[in-house]
Design a protein around this ligand. Structure first.
Ligand code: P6P
Length: 339
């Protein structure tokens, strides 16, 4: 009988990577673990209670907020706030970042969290997997003072942790603190995450591409050229097209099987659709920690200097060799590097 370590045991055993940490990061990951279980419970029974459908509001992205979006946002905000482990949080569902002040005096915590509480929410009502994406930084402004925008507008290179929860056929929490990527599967019967996918690695090559080909006519020429390359009868091609419409799910499958995910600029989305700070950067951190690659088609995602909280960037992410081939096609059209 293999006794797999639990997420709690794993966090404690990896505390050694943060010799100067007073265990705050461990407590932060633990609070995400708790929130993930609570959200998972609602996502799994979404079809049974009146929590489906529109929340009757829209977020800063102008997207209709699904009730589960709003619920997930509230759970993660409350859990991360109540445990007094962070000093600020930014969410896809919140127009501006939230300052978390300490109960008595200024908040001495040093971490800020950026989160997409429920990515792929358009899939909620049709019972297709969705996910939560999170990114953690150390604040850059004075500890004890209220957080400022620059604490959130940091390059992806500065992340101290990143991860996702995928609410799929099973619920998994996959995260990195810069020492590889590990995946934990929830045993819902006892509410415990077990280490099921140690040291996850992107295969260097793959034969799956994930993109919304319905927008083909709107894509830049470099993307059109790459798609034709994927579909040619040559070597291990044509590749398989797999697109769930949920970044976390497409990323997770591609990390296990090998593949590339692309959300490019288009005439419909001149800067792309995905948000740099709480979608692309955390997924890029995970991809690189798993031996993969992530860019905007030209520039490494984690080198992009953020300018605003909800900014969008194009995203090419997955198996290293596949991303490099795609970037090779994009290089033929340098004019598309600016967006
Ligand atoms: P489209 C979900 O809204 C999301 O942010 C990603 O999870 C997903 O890959 C993409 O957008 C789907 O967008 O335009 O193809 O429907």
């Amino acid at each position: 009988m293999i006794t797999r370590s639990t997420l709690g045991e794993f966090i404690i055993s990896n505390q050694k990577h943060f010799k100067y940490s007073s265990g705050e990061l461990s407590r932060l990951i633990n609070s995400i673990r708790l929130a993930a279980k609570v959200v998972n419970h609602e996502v799994n029974k979404a079809g049974l209670v009146d929590i489906l459908g529109e929340a009757g509001d829209t977020n800063i992205q102008g997207e209709d907020q699904q009730k589960l979006d709003v619920y997930a946002n509230e759970i993660f905000m409350q859990t991360l706030t109540n445990r007094e482990i962070i000093c600020g949080i930014a969410s896809e569902e919140e127009d501006d970042f939230i300052t978390i002040s300490g109960k008595d005096r200024g908040n001495d915590n040093k971490y800020v969290v950026l989160i997409d509480p429920l990515d792929g929410s358009s899939n909620i009502d049709v019972n297709v997997s969705v996910g939560t994406i999170f990114s953690v930084y150390t604040r850059v402004t004075e500890i004890g003072s209220p957080v400022r925008l620059e604490d959130f507008l940091q390059e992806g290179n500065q992340q101290v942790a990143a991860g996702y929860i995928v609410y799929g056929t099973s619920t998994m929490l996959v995260y990195t603190t810069g020492h590889g990527v590990n995946g934990f599967t929830l045993n819902p019967a006892i509410g415990t995450f077990y280490l099921s996918h140690p040291n996850m690695m992107f295969p260097e090559d793959g034969a799956i591409y994930s993109i919304n080909e319905g927008y083909y006519i709107h894509f830049p020429q470099g993307v059109k050229d790459y798609l034709k390359y994927c579909q040619e009868e040559e070597d291990d091609r044509p590749y398989k097209a797999r697109y769930i419409g949920s970044l976390v799910s497409d990323f997770h499958r591609n990390m296990i099987k090998g593949g590339i995910y692309i959300y490019p600029t288009s005439s419909k989305a001149p800067k792309g659709k995905l948000r740099l700070l709480y979608e692309c950067n955390p997924m890029a951190f995970l991809a690189e920690q798993a031996g993969g690659k992530a860019s905007d088609g030209y520039m490494r995602t984690m080198d992009i200097k953020p300018t605003e909280l909800h900014q969008r960037v194009p995203f090419f992410c997955g198996s290293k060799n596949m991303v490099e081939v795609a970037e090779g096609f994009m290089k033929n059209y340098p004019e598309n590097a600016e967006y």
